[in-house]
Structure formats: structure tokens, C-alpha cells
Design a protein around this ligand. Structure first.
Ligand SMILES: Cc1cc2nc3c(=O)[nH]c(=O)nc-3n(C[C@H](O)[C@H](O)[C@H](O)COP(=O)(O)O)c2cc1C
Length: 224
């Protein structure tokens, strides 16, 4: 599956089969996480065979079942940490999707299990991502329209349009899609709206935009 197919087929999955990650998938995920950690400075961790975090009322209310593996998005506290976690976490989500795994970003629907995740002084656990073999493939979310998130969409160049379409397929907290994009020549400006997890969402949608638009077609500008 290529990355565009992964964007199209990814939906949040909350029910998982009661089977462990295969050795092959575990190895691939660990290698990818190591690569991302050295590029980003994050301390992302894969937690496997740990069913307690999602064995709680809040996860049951959220309709989660069978979660035994998750990715913990950890990093040094900074203003940019949420956005970084969004960007690199979505890179892992789409990588997992390409291998036939399913995921769900989870800010609220789990509990921290002492000892399962290493959080050093000055670091923070921002969010987790459940991962495994889905009982289903989830379903397409309701989406805002292209011109709800970008002014002058109709007059924009093709690469920009493709970026917006990919961004609208991205997961956002409570499907809020509160981001906006604009451009001037080859500079693109992305802005988070108001709402919970706004900067995590911003990182996620920027990663989708880069894939849709093609990184060679633009540079990121400062937020306007
Ligand atoms: C930052 C963030 C936090 C989220 N937190 C939760 C959560 O706590 N519980 C939950 O069930 N889903 C959570 N989700 C999943 C969203 O509800 C889901 O991505 C959104 O409804 C869009 O659906 P889709 O992912 O299937 O496209 C979160 C998603 C994001 C991006």
C-alpha cells in the first residue's frame, strides 16, 4: 500500500483482535521509531503486550476493546512539543497503516500505567496511539469542505488543492478540523484554530498536507 492509499484507507479503529503484534511488525515499528526519535529529538516509545492502559471505564465508554499495544508520544517540554508529536505521530500512523495495522490517536481514553512508559525529568507524555489488528477498518469521518479551511481554494494551484484534500482526511481531536491553510507564491501558512489538542492536530494536518502537495512544491512560512 502506498502512502496515498494509506491516507485514504486510514480511519480510527478502537476494537482490536486479541493477538500480539507479529515479530516482523514489531521490528519495523521499533526501527521506524528509532529513526524518528533521532531526527526529531522526541522519545517516542512502543509499548507492547500491556492491556491495562485501555482496561478502564474511560476506554470502555470510548468503545475501545482489545488494546494491548500503544505508541507513547513523549518529548522534552517545549512550546513546539504538541505540534512535533502530531507531525511525527502521524508519520507512524500512516507507516503502520501501510503495513496493514490499525490505529487511534487517544488523548483521553486511557490511563497511565506506572512503569509502562519512561518519562524523564523535563519530559512529558503528550498523547498515545493505540495500535494493532483491527476488528474492523473504522469509517470515513464527516469532513469540512475545502473552502472552509482555505480561502480562495478554487483559484489555488493544483499542488495546494491536493495538500488541502489530504489534510481534510487527517484525524483531528473530536473531528474538529479547526485548522486553516493559506499560501503566498510557494510559501504555505498553516494555522491551528481554537479547540482541544489544537497543536497536535496542526502537526498531523501539516504532515498530510506535505504528502498531498509534494514537499518539492512549497516551503512552510511562519504562521500568519
Ligand atoms: C489529537 C487527537 C486526540 C484524540 N483523542 C481521542 C480520544 O481521547 N478518544 C477517542 O476515542 N478518539 C480520539 N481521537 C480520534 C478522533 O476522534 C478521530 O480522529 C476523529 O473523530 C476523526 O476520525 P478518523 O480518525 O476516523 O478519521 C483523537 C484524535 C486526535 C487527532
Amino acid at each position: 500500500m502506498d502512502i496515498f492509499e494509506a491516507i485514504d484507507s486510514r480511519h480510527s479503529v478502537r476494537q482490536y483482535k486479541p493477538v500480539p503484534l507479529s515479530e516482523e511488525h514489531k521490528k519495523a515499528l521499533i526501527e521506524k521509531i528509532e529513526e524518528i526519535n533521532s531526527e526529531s529529538g522526541l522519545e517516542i516509545q512502543l509499548v507492547t503486550d500491556e492491556p491495562k492502559a485501555f482496561d478502564c471505564l474511560i476506554a470502555k465508554y470510548g468503545n475501545f476493546s482489545g488494546v494491548k499495544n500503544y505508541i507513547a508520544m513523549v518529548g522534552k517540554k517545549s512550546e513546539k512539543l504538541d505540534e512535533l508529536c502530531g507531525y511525527y505521530g502521524e508519520k507512524l500512523v500512516l507507516f503502520a497503516q501501510q503495513m496493514g495495522l490499525n490505529t487511534c490517536w487517544t488523548k483521553m481514553s486511557y490511563r497511565k500505567i506506572p512503569g509502562a512508559i519512561k518519562i524523564k525529568n523535563g519530559e512529558e507524555l503528550v498523547i498515545v496511539i493505540s495500535i494493532g489488528y483491527g476488528e474492523n477498518q473504522g469509517k470515513e469521518h464527516k469532513s469540512k469542505k475545502t473552502d472552509d479551511v482555505s480561502k480562495n481554494y478554487d483559484e489555488s494551484p493544483e499542488w495546494f488543492k491536493n495538500g488541502i484534500k489530504a489534510a481534510l482526511k487527517a484525524p483531528t481531536a473530536i473531528n474538529q478540523q479547526k485548522f486553516t491553510f493559506g499560501y503566498s507564491k510557494n510559501k504555505v501558512f498553516a494555522k491551528a484554530g481554537l479547540g482541544p489538542c489544537r497543536n497536535i492536530d496542526l502537526g498531523i494536518v501539516k504532515y498530510h498536507f506535505e504528502i498531498g502537495a509534494g514537499k518539492e512544491n512549497f516551503v512552510w512560512g511562519e504562521e500568519k
